[in-house]
Design a protein around this ligand. Structure first.
Ligand SMILES: Cc1ncc(COP(=O)(O)O)c(C=O)c1O
Length: 390
């Protein structure tokens, strides 16, 4: 048994994923955190910092910036300047601050559903309009560039790009990103590129940071990154925002301070440093494990539950599954999976247009748990099919 096979009981730890539905025999495959322990170097760094015993106001040391710079260069071939990095407690706050810093109330901000729910929320809660460019789909998800251009022609001040894309699992190719970049330049659109999943890339795919494509594109890009998904430390609330354009950075920083954000907490800072300097081999092992989970789940669904269609992800640990053939409402689908399958998943509808009839399953868990969850999924689907026929 390897380290990722260990089943760790997370119930009773105030886990959003495991403690919201308290029934003991349910398996939770919804919220996007994994059921694995964080890498040992991160645990050691936290323990060491905790043992110091004094937790006063802290500055994020230069060494954390240097760790990010080295990681970006090594993993993504992107040279980031030290001064371009700011720190925040999360990518979602960064999205909200970017909306506030770079757009005005009622401005049109483009998002590409189905997509991570806060992309809509951070736009509408800040009194801006969400303009949609739904992903197109013909066996594989793609960005609809013709429709994107039409939207840009009608005036869009910002685009929020999800790269890689949650929930469909696409790792956008360099060519796709170049097209996005060209359109943003032509129509003077600022891009917020949420690259929180960029270190979770499956074999055969390559992530390209949007801002690394050209200096002119970098000049209009705000990149959000975090160690939270990669190293499973979402509860520590650590994220970084990379803005190479000095004017944009100053505006972002002004809004950040206006809202009272300053820096990372002591543990977030220690964890980030350890993550980006000591955990690369852990990540390589994780990616191999996740890839096997994904292969296993996709093959299982294809062979055992052909009424469903899983979209093989290229990145992330999320599986996007079309359940529309079951012809169930969101509530009926969730109820069926909970009552008959004993599994909790995310309903596709949560991700906006294009998510109707889908579920999103989190595969960042020990294989034995995934196997049980898939058996539950199968039982639920066949129960429904038998009942529908009767
Ligand atoms: C695309 C995307 N952005 C941001 C987040 C959350 O970021 P944070 O917890 O740093 O606010 C998630 C979490 O699932 C995500 O999928």
């Amino acid at each position: 048994m390897g380290e990722f096979d260990t089943r760790i009981n997370r119930r009773g730890t105030h886990s959003v994923k495991w403690d919201m539905h308290p029934e003991e025999d349910l398996l939770h495959l919804w919220v996007a955190d994994m059921d694995f322990a964080a890498p040992k170097p991160i645990q050691d760094a936290l323990r060491q910092r905790a043992e110091h015993g004094v937790f006063g106001y802290t500055i994020v040391g230069d060494s954390v910036r240097e760790a990010i710079m080295e990681w970006m260069k090594k993993r993504h071939n992107w040279s980031v300047a030290k001064g371009s990095i700011s720190f925040l407690s999360g990518v979602v706050p960064a999205l909200s601050l970017a909306v506030q810093a770079f757009t005005k109330p009622k401005d049109r901000i483009l998002v590409q559903p189905p997509v991570y729910t806060p992309f809509f929320d951070m736009v509408t809660r800040n009194d801006r309009q969400a303009v949609l460019n739904p992903l197109s789909q013909d066996g594989q998800y793609k960005m609809d560039f013709v429709h994107l251009e039409k939207q840009f022609q009608q005036g869009v001040s910002m685009m929020i790009l999800c790269s890689p894309h949650n929930p469909v699992g696409r790792v956008w190719t360099k060519e796709e990103l170049e097209t996005v970049g060209e359109l943003c330049q032509t129509y003077d659109v600022l891009v917020v590129s949420d690259e929180i999943h960029s270190d979770l890339i499956l074999p055969g795919y390559v992530h390209t940071p949007l801002a690394s494509l050209s200096p002119s594109l970098s000049n209009r890009t705000v990149t959000c990154i975090a160690p939270s998904k990669t190293f499973n430390i979402a509860g520590l609330q650590a994220a970084a925002v990379i803005i190479e354009n000095e004017q944009l950075r100053e505006r972002f920083s002004a809004v950040m301070h206006q809202q009272g954000f300053h820096t990372l907490n002591v543990f977030a800072s220690a964890a980030m440093q350890a993550a980006y300097t000591e955990c690369e081999s852990w990540l390589e092992d994780l990616l191999l494990y996740l890839n096997k989970n994904i292969e296993f789940a996709c093959t299982y669904i294809e062979k055992e539950i052909p009424a469903l269609k899983a979209y093989h992800p290229e990145g992330t640990y999320l599986l996007w599954v079309d359940c529309s053939k079951l012809q169930l409402s969101k509530e009926e689908r969730l109820e069926l999976l909970k009552e008959r399958g004993r599994i909790i998943v995310e309903p596709g509808e949560k991700f906006g247009q294009g998510g109707e009839g889908f579920i999103r399953m989190n595969l960042g868990c020990p294989r034995s748990m995934l196997e049980e969850a898939l058996i539950g999924l199968k039982e639920a689907v066949y129960f429904h099919i038998r009942n529908a026929k009767a």
